[in-house]
Design a protein around this ligand. Structure first.
Ligand SMILES: Nc1nc2c(ncn2[C@@H]2O[C@H](COP(=O)(O)OP(=O)(O)OP(=O)(O)O)[C@@H](O)[C@H]2O)c(=O)[nH]1
Length: 317
């Protein structure tokens, strides 16, 4: 490993550790209370563990899966000490995450034969869409790629302005129109402009209104259809941004968006400052969609490519 890579990884690790601190403290405080005075994993411990996982926003279905797997191990081992519980949980959670996340990545590499690579970003207002797009643009630019942004969230003037702020900050071109114009038309322009500029990546912001599933579905379908007039297989990635600090509400949003369009990857934001980090485990398991990025701070560097090993290591350190 190069010296630079080592420094970068240790910085990434520090940010991740700091970002997950609240979730960890919450989880392990409860876990240590649950096993206090017990040497063996018994029904009581498992009941408590179930409650802790649910209250850590892992979600009921995923919690039951984890508990069943631990029960099976208890059954096999006969005597499973509480001291081993931490290690077992870590193994089971890593196993669950492996079902959806290949996740050894430290950086997302754009496939060679997909240029321009088009990312359509969806999610409700306030989930951290704009910030995530800005941070992503910065990461791609650091990789030496040409990035173009498309401000297709035309529903609110502030959304266009905010994306412009990020475009200026990262120093990448942005394609935008007036507030209220047709999002599909902005997406079309952005792709045309990207193709003519020989862009490597085009990131399209979309409106996050959820008041009506049919409207949302129609709008996203239209944006996709119109983009395909310029780049036949666009979008290559439909990235759903979820606010991790909303816990169960993030599950609800994932449900609504996956019903409205095909979502191919997830970004879970605001994991710093929340005790609900377990949401990453549950959402990835329930929706069988890989978590590609996690947001662990407001800074430009605080979006990390999700790596299941790093995540579990940081959580169970
Ligand atoms: N702490 C923290 N804050 C974040 C993170 N990601 C985004 N935010 C903050 O969340 C707030 C909302 O983010 P935006 O990017 O504006 O959200 P949006 O989804 O684009 O919402 P609209 O602009 O309202 O459409 C901002 O104050 C961001 O700085 C994160 O990973 N950690």
């Amino acid at each position: 490993m190069s010296f630079f890579k080592k420094i970068f990884s240790s910085e990434k690790k520090e940010t991740l550790d700091k970002g997950l601190e609240k979730s960890k403290t919450n989880f392990f405080d409860k876990l240590s209370k649950a096993v206090a005075g017990k040497s063996k994993v018994d029904d009581d411990v498992l009941d408590n563990l179930e409650e802790i996982l649910v209250s850590s926003d892992v979600g009921v279905n995923t919690t039951l899966k984890i508990i069943t797997r631990i029960e099976e191990r208890v059954e096999k081992d006969k005597y499973l000490g509480t001291a081993e519980l931490n290690k077992i949980l870590r193994e089971e959670i890593a196993g669950l995450l492996s079902e959806t996340n290949s996740g050894e990545d430290t950086e997302f590499k754009i496939p060679e034969n997909k240029k321009p690579y088009v990312i359509m970003v969806v999610g409700v207002n306030g989930a951290g869409k704009t910030t995530t797009i800005g941070k992503l643009a910065y990461q791609f630019k650091k990789q030496g790629l040409n990035v173009v942004l498309g401000a297709a969230d035309t529903f609110r003037a502030a959304a266009i302005d905010q994306l412009q702020v990020w475009a200026d900050r990262v120093d990448v071109p942005i394609v935008k129109q007036e507030m209220g114009s047709d999002p599909a038309s902005v997406a079309f322009d952005a792709l045309e402009s990207g193709v003519s500029q020989n862009a490597d990546v085009i990131i399209i912001d979309t409106a996050g209104r959820l008041h009506n599933k049919i409207n949302l579905m129609n709008e996203l379908t239209k944006v996709k259809r119109v983009m395909q007039k310029v780049v036949g297989d666009a979008p290559h990635d439909v990235l759903l941004v979820l606010d991790g600090s909303t816990g169960q509400n993030a599950f609800e949003q994932a449900k609504q968006f996956t019903a409205a369009t095909e979502v191919t990857s997830l970004a879970v934001t605001k994991l710093d400052g929340t005790a609900k980090g377990g949401v990453v485990i549950g959402i990835s398991d329930q929706f069988k969609i890989p978590v590609k990025y996690i947001g662990v701070g407001e800074g430009i560097n605080d979006l990390q490519v999700f790596n299941k090993y790093e995540f579990v290591d940081s959580f169970f350190k």
